[in-house]
Design a protein around this ligand. Sequence first.
Ligand code: 3SL
Length: 242
Amino acid sequence: MKLFVYHTPELTPTDKAPECAIAVDVLRATSTIATVLAAGGEAVQVFSDLDQLIEVSEKWPSEKRLRAGERGGAKVAGFELGNSPLDCTPEVVQGRRLFISTTNGTRALQRVQDSPSVLAAALINRAAVVQYVLDKQPETVWIVGSGWEGSYSLEDTVCAGAIAHSLVQQTKLSQEELAGNDEVISAIALYSQWQDNLLGLLHQASHGQRLLRLDCLDDLKYCSQTDILDVLPIQHETGVLK
Ligand code: 3SL
C-alpha cells in the first residue's frame, strides 16, 4: 500500500486516480457528513454549486430532505441548516437526505469522485476509515484535504496525519514504506506533536479562528475529538455518500 497526502484539491493530480480516495474537511464538512450518517440520515449528497443543489433537491419529497449550505462560514439564506455538525441531531436528520454545499469540503469530495472508492473522513470517524483501508488493502490511497480557497489548512493535515499514524501502527509498515510523498511524513509529524491537544491546534488554525469569530467554539470542541463515531461515509453513486 502507498499513501499520498494532498493538502488541497488544487494540489491533487488530475491525470490519475487512486484505488481509494479519502476527502477530509475537519472544519466542518466531513465532520458534518459523518455526524449526519451516524444520526440516521438516509444519505448526504454534495454539490459545489448552490443552484444545482436547489434544482436536484426540489425533485425530492420535502419531508425527506434537508438543505444545508455554508458560504464564508455562515448559513446560506433559505436553507434549513448551515454546516454545523451540532445541528445534525437524530431528531432533525433521521431518515432524511442532506443536500449540502460548502466552500471547500464539497470541492474536495468532487475532486476525487471518480475514484473506485471515495470516503469522507474527519477526526471524529478516523478509526472507521482506517479500518476500511486495513480491510480492503488498496494499492494506492490518497488523502485530499479541503484547505481554504486553495490554501493549506492545519486541521485537514493533522487529520491526514492521524489516519497515516494509525496505518503505520496497524500495518507495521514503516513511515517510509507507507509514504508515497513527503506530505505523509510531515502530516504524521504534525499529528504526533499535537495529538494530545487537537483542540489547541484547531484554535491556532486560521479557519478555527474564523469559526471562533462566528461564535462556533462548540463546533471546534466537537470536531477536535478523535474516533467518537463508528461511521464510514462512502460514495455509492457520484456525489452521494451513505
Ligand atoms: O469550507 C468548507 O467546506 C466548510 O466546511 C467551511 S465551514 O466550516 O462550514 O465554515
